[in-house]
Design a protein around this ligand. Structure first.
Ligand code: NAP
Length: 468
């Protein structure tokens, strides 16, 4: 295809030009104006919840309860970023006064300020039609930082993307703000997404989706004559280590909790626990039987898109060909029947197929003979959003090794509960080493997410008017 003739590219030029035109105004906007927009968007979203949830349910099949919860989370997040702006977070300055005398002790006056990066291209995620889409975490954190946002709508929920965008554009208009603060493109081709990432008017990219798509767009961002930051979340298998110390207490309860987490939302969560690591022990054997019993009868809802279903079937078939089935899955219903596979540590470490994400209601159990083998399994995972350690409460050399390994490979380490469910707060970290994130020193959930879209500038001997 000759991309010069793709009509959507001219549209991308138009919306990026609008974002560029709004960039200085928004970067210099006072806290009250920015916070008013974020709060106004939250209220507008809540006011239209019923209608929007109906569209989202039709397109995603995620169910009314889950989607209402997502609207509440999205509004909470928008208001939370408004509070951050009101507290002055994006306007923070670090001051080093002048010191008389020769360097290194002597110095000029320096003020380190933060400046908005500029227009952000934001690729909506398929699996969170509200919370990681048009008005989701990436958009709200970029707007809070002072950056206009060009949303690339996800093809899995086009009608919802348009409806939320129109609602947001109405709020922008009502508040007398420039249209270019928030724009929407529906690229008709993959070339359109690449074109957006490489557009000279785009200053940064935020992405949540597949490893393949994310890597292609990350490469495109880096192949630009002037590469730009690419904040990508590309996939995660979220190991959960269940030590005998935890399983000897309430293994049946833990099995039920884990079965619910693996199948939640038909397994379509970036934090879905896809790898369960067990130390050889009778407690572990009992736990495997209890987990199989808990998960086998769970009926899932349909997957988000036909492509996602095909992807899950293919990934599960690959694991099935390289590992043992723990039980024979029931016939599929509206969604795929849950699946559990099992292998040993040596096979997991040797075989890269076993480390691929099965995005859906499935998990792989890995049996390890020692703590050293558990650590080796975690090292083989490489990068994950989360690692969960059940039974590491006591300070011991073994547990220290496990915690060190978990921290090395993941952005969030849990000592209880399950990784699905990511709280929006100041201490949150959602992003670990590649491939779970292209920028593991940043987070895409929680209030620190806005730091991604700010760039420090040191002003030296600056006149007072530049620091207002
Ligand atoms: P995706 O295929 O990576 O798509 C995400 C976005 O990137 C969409 O806007 C898509 O455009 C665009 N895109 C994808 N590949 C591209 C390319 N080569 N060039 C330009 N643009 C590209 O992700 P998805 O649709 O959400 O899900 C597909 C698979 O990703 C799932 O089956 C699952 O395996 C995985 N996934 C993982 C996570 C996670 O958090 N771990 C989350 C969601 C999905 P279109 O809208 O036109 O397709």
């Amino acid at each position: 295809m000759n991309i010069q003739h793709d009509p959507s590219l001219a549209l991308i030029d138009q919306v990026v030009a609008k974002a560029v035109a709004a960039a200085d105004f928004w970067a210099e906007s006072p806290a009250a104006v920015r916070a008013a927009l974020l709060n106004g968007l939250a209220t507008a979203l809540e006011d239209r919840q019923a209608e929007l949830v109906a569209i989202a349910d039709r397109e995603s099949g995620l169910g009314e309860g889950r989607l209402k919860g997502e609207v509440a989370r999205t509004a909470f997040q928008l208001r939370g970023f408004a509070s951050e702006v009101e507290a002055g977070v994006p306007y923070r300055q670090v001051v080093s006064d002048a010191v008389a005398g020769a360097p290194p002790a002597g110095r000029p006056a320096l003020v380190r300020v933060q400046r908005a990066l500029g227009p952000v291209a934001m690729f909506s995620a398929s699996n969170f039609p509200f919370a990681f889409s048009v008005l989701g975490g990436d958009t709200s954190s970029a707007l809070a930082a002072g950056c206009p946002v060009v949303v690339k709508a996800h093809s899995g929920h086009p009608e919802l993307s348009r409806a939320v965008y129109e609602l947001a554009a109405g709020v922008v208009r009502q508040q007398g703000l420039p249209e270019g603060l928030l724009t929407l493109v529906e690229a008709t081709s993959r070339a359109g997404g690449t074109y957006l990432v490489q557009h000279p008017g785009i200053a940064a990219v935020a992405f949540t989706g597949s490893y393949q798509g994310g890597k292609a767009l990350w490469q495109a961002a880096n192949e630009r004559p002037r590469p730009v930051p690419f904040f990508g979340e590309l996939g995660s298998i979220n190991p959960l280590v269940a030590l005998p110390a935890a399983l000897e207490k309430d293994s049946e309860g833990l099995a039920k909790t884990l079965a619910a987490s693996i199948t939640l939302g038909c397994g379509q969560f970036c934090t879905s626990p896809g790898l369960i690591v067990l130390l050889d022990s009778p407690h572990s054997e009992r736990f495997v039987a209890q987990l199989a019993e808990a998960i086998a009868p769970i009926a899932t809802h349909r997957m988000l898109t036909a492509g996602m279903r095909q992807g899950f079937d293919a990934a599960a078939a690959t694991v099935a060909a390289n590992a043992d089935a723990v039980f024979t899955p029931a016939a599929d219903g509206a969604g795929p029947a849950p699946r559990l596979f099992s292998t040993d540590a040596a096979a997991f470490i040797a075989n890269a197929h076993l480390r691929e994400e099965m995005f859906g209601p499935a998990a792989l159990l890995v049996r390890a003979a020692s703590v050293a083998e558990v650590v080796a399994v975690l090292e083989a995972v490489g990068g994950s959003l989360t690692t969960t350690l059940w039974g590491a409460e006591q300070a011991s050399d073994d547990n220290r090794q496990l915690v060190r390994a978990a921290e090395r490979i993941s952005g969030r380490v849990l000592f209880g509960g399950v990784p699905t469910g990511v709280a929006v707060c100041h201490a949150q970290q959602h992003g670990g080493p590649w491939p779970s994130s292209t920028t593991p020193q940043t987070t895409s959930v929680g209030y620190a997410a806005l730091e991604r879209f700010l760039r420090p500038v040191a002003l030296q001997d600056a006149p007072a008017w530049t620091l207002g």
